[in-house]
Each structure stands twice: as C-alpha cells, then as structure tokens.
Ligand binder design. Structure first.
Ligand code: PHE
Length: 503
C-alpha cells in the first residue's frame, strides 16, 4: 500500500508546509510576550542558542526518522526502537490535546477578523474597547463554540485534500500572504509614536527592568525553561508533526538544508511578529499614560496613575484586548489593519493546526495500510476533527475560566493552588501537552537516538540527500546536549507550573 501514501509535490511545497506548521500562534503571540517578560535580550540569546544546538538537531532527527521509516509517529518509533516504541503514542496524544485549545484560539481570530470587517463596513458606528469585546466574546459560549467549529471546518477541508492536494496547496498561498501582511503591520506599528520604546524593550539588554516594564529580571533557570518550552512549541517539535511531514518527503531532498531553513524562517518570523506586536502595544500604552489614564492598584485597591508596568504585554489579552485597542485608536483605517492582522494570525493558526491534525490522521491511514486496506482519508479526517471538536467545546465553553464547566476554580478553592494551570481548561490542556508531554517526548527521543539506535542510524538517512559534514556535531548534541537541555527544561517547566521552588 506504500504507493498510495502520497508525497509532497515539491521540496519548496514541503518547506512552506513545514514553515507553516512552525509559524503559528506560538510565534505571533507567545514569542513576543515571553521575550518581554523574560528580560528581552537574554531570552533572545538563549532562544537562539537552544534553536541551534537543540532545535536544529531534533528537527533533523524528526525529519529523518519520518523519512527513513516512511511512517507517521507511532509507526516510526515502533519500527526503530524496542525500548521506546511507545513514545510514538505520546506524540499522537500531544497534538490531539493541543488542538483542544488551538482551535478555540483560531475561532477567536475568525471572530475578531469579522468584528473588524464589520467595523470597516459600518464606519462611524459606535466601536467598543478591546476589553469589552473580549469580555463579550468569552461570555458568549455559543458564539465561541460556533467559531471553533468554523475553524475546524476550514481545517477539515484542507486536510481532506491530502498532503499535496490540501496542506501543500494552502501553504503555498498562505505563507507568502502571511509574510506580506506581517510586513504591512510592522510598518504601521513602527511608525506609531512611542514605538521605539517597544523596540528597546525587546532588544536592549536590561531595558525592560530599567524602564519599569517588569520589576526584576527573572531567574536564569526560569528564562531557560521559558525559552526552551517556547522553542519546542514554535518549531513544532516533539509533537510528531515533523516526523509526519518528513515521512512524505522524497529521499533525494537535503534534510540538513531543509532543517536549517525551517529553523531560521521560524525564528525570523517570530522576531518579526515581536516587532509587529510589542512596539504597537507599548505605543498604545504610552499614549494612554500621556492622556492621564488611571488604573486600580492590585495591591492597595486604590486608583492611581497608569505606569509602564501596567501595559499588558502578555497572555491572551495581548492579542485580543491590547492590539484591538491599537487598531481602534488608529481611526478610520484601524479596522483595515485589524482585518489584515487577524487574518494573518488566522492563517498562521490554520497552517499549524493542519499539521497537528495530520499527525493523528496519518496514524490512522498508516494503520489501515498495515492491515492491507486503503484508508478513507475524508472519513478519517472527519472523525479526527469531530473528536477534536468534542474536547475543544469544553475549552470554548469554559471561555478562559469565565463560564460553565470550570472545575479548576472550585478545585483550587478546596485544595489550594495546585499549580499554574488550575484556573482554566485552556491552561490545563496547555500544561499537559506543551508543558509536560512535549519536553518529555523530546528527552526520550534524544535518549533513543543517542543511546539506543545510535545517531548513525539517522545520519545514514540524512546523508542520502546531503553531504554536509555534521556527523560529529549531530552525534554529540543528540547524546549529550539535547538530553541535558531537555532535562533542565522539563524540570524548569514542572517547577514553574507547580510552584515547587526547585530553582
Ligand atoms: N509551532 C506552532 C506554533 O508556533 C504550534 C505547533 C506545535 C504546531 C506543534 C504543530 C506542532 O504555534
């Protein structure tokens, strides 16, 4: 049945799809604010080091694992390893869990895009603030579920078309469009008064603390864990996505070059997204401060003048409250930039979501092929999307902890604060997948490659299309650097999430 498995139409098609998988909400949303909260420049430096010594290595490892076996995650691990064959399951489980909140966030983007569209169409009508809009959206569970459903329908239609007929086609148009829109937003953002403060916040070492955006620089271990977690999520690693995409890649393609391009492109887009988002948010905050805005102090409960520390640069509010306010403050052209921005985020979310869905779909298709049957792709995609809809409905109804189905707050009230995740379903699902399953999966994978099947097994595969002299670097990183880095990241994540105070 191998001949019916399908493959990428071209290497550029594969590259755009892999970059599409990597470039997602993690870049546009996670990267900028994590960079800000972690003291800016230090974070960037650690991130880059991790990307080269860990991300690039695992990227090559995953792509070669997929291509060598010609199978999705479960099949790939099963055919190579005795001791670690179950890791494949972890890498099917995590994308499935990630989709529970990824599709809800995708739904939010559609909702915001339509909001800005209607603001554009009905110029002059009363326009609500970002906070009002966000609150109204979260407390409308039916709307959230409907938009989540819409997002999943779009993904369904793409995945149904197959690897080259659906995923590749979408990314070939989507990725260049995303890039152009990002450039437009960057130009607009950087020309706002006060934007330079935002740039300094990102790139000048120590500026975030000096200017008063954050009180003190976080501990090194925390920055390492944050940067590490972010790097994994952003590069779509340890989620089976790159194994799956690699399994559809032809033997003559250069895995070293491809891996490098994916890592570099993802990092460039993340940095660009930072430049698009942070300066705009900071500029808007400065405008509010200059206009004499006041806030209620969280500690004293009294009203006081707004300061740099009150500019919200993190969490869901960055994308859906702060930036919406930025667009609103731009006057009549604002909604136009709003539409462009949320469309850009939506494309990024779709191109990542379809790779997550494909991990699960490929598993079922491969399983059918193993039994000598030809899997029915449209049917498999439909069932996978329906299953995702069920878990996503819980997250959508929960509305970041504002609604029914929230068991976390009562749990917290009875048992005290268990960990970072216990205030809403989205956080819980995120902790489970991104926080724990992902670094754990990468740690086990590097142990398997480095010590059980040995790096040479994958290097032989890598050398089929590449003569690059990376053997020593690859083996050394796979055996020592990656496991050590992963262990530190994992302990750091668990420490932060559960407030253990290890570091
Ligand atoms: N890389 C995507 C992002 O940055 C998320 C993702 C993770 C996609 C794992 C696929 C696999 O948002």
């Amino acid at each position: 049945m191998e001949q019916n498995r399908g493959s990428w139409g071209s290497n550029i098609g594969f590259l755009l799809a892999a970059i599409g998988s990597a470039v997602g909400l993690g870049n546009i949303w996670g990267f900028p604010y994590k960079m800000g909260k972690s003291g800016g420049f230090t974070f960037l430096l650690i991130y880059l080091l991790l990307a080269v010594f860990v991300g690039f290595i695992i990227m090559m490892g995953e792509l070669s694992l997929g291509r060598k076996t010609g199978k999705g995650t479960v099949g790939a691990y099963r055919s190579l390893s005795k001791r670690f064959k179950w890791i494949g399951w972890l890498a099917v489980f995590s994308p499935f869990v990630i989709m529970s909140f990824y599709s809800v966030l995708g739904g939010y983007c559609i909702e915001y895009m339509s909001l800005n569209l209607s603001n554009l169409a009905f110029a002059g009508a009363e326009i609500k603030t970002g906070a009002d809009l966000f609150g109204a959206m979260l407390t409308n569970p039916f709307g959230c579920v409907m938009f989540t459903l819409l997002f999943l329908v779009i993904c369904y239609l793409i995945n149904r078309g197959g690897v080259s007929g659906g995923i590749e086609k979408f990314n070939k148009v989507g990725m260049p469009a995303l890039f152009v829109m990002l450039v437009i937003i960057i130009i607009r953002s950087l020309t706002l008064p006060g934007a330079m403060e935002g740039l300094k916040f990102m790139f000048v070492p120590g500026y975030a603390v000096k200017a008063g955006f954050i009180k003190e620089a976080p501990k090194f271990a925390t920055v390492l864990a944050t940067a590490g977690g972010q790097m994994f999520f952003s590069l779509s690693l340890a989620m089976g996505a790159m194994i799956t995409y690699g399994s559809y890649l032809s033997k003559q393609e250069d895995l070293v070059k491809n891996s490098a391009i994916i890592v570099i492109a993802d990092t460039i887009v993340a940095t660009m997204a930072g430049i698009a988002v942070i300066p705009a948010a900071v500029a808007n905050g400065i405008a509010q401060i200059n206009a004499g805005a006041t806030v209620i102090d969280a500690v004293t409960g009294l009203e006081r003048a707004m300061t740099f520390a009150d500019i919200k640069l993190g969490g869901p509010s960055l994308l859906f409250v702060t930036l919406q306010d930025v667009f609103q403050a731009m006057g009549t052209v604002g909604p136009l930039f709003g539409v462009i921005f949320y469309l850009l985020v939506l494309i990024a979310a779709i191109s990542s979501a379809i790779s997550l869905i494909e991990v699960v779909v490929t598993y079922f298709m491969d399983r059918a092929a193993e039994k000598g049957k030809q899997g029915n792709r449209p049917k498999v995609v439909l069932w996978v999307c329906l299953a995702i809809l069920v878990e996503a409905t819980v997250v959508a109804l929960d509305g970041l902890g504002t609604n029914v189905l929230n068991i976390w707050v009562p749990l917290q009230n009875s048992f005290g604060v268990i960990g970072e995740f216990n205030d809403c379903w989205l956080d819980f699902m995120d902790t489970l997948s991104e926080g724990i399953a992902m670094p754990l999966g990468a740690l086990l994978m590097s142990l398997m490659v480095g010590w059980e099947i040995k790096p040479k097994t994958l290097l032989d595969e890598i050398h089929q299309g590449s003569a690059a002299k990376i053997d020593g670097f690859f083996s050394f990183c796979m055996k020592f650097i990656v496991p050590l880095g992963m262990l530190l990241i994992l302990v750091g994540q668990v420490d932060t999430f559960f407030h253990l105070g290890i570091f």
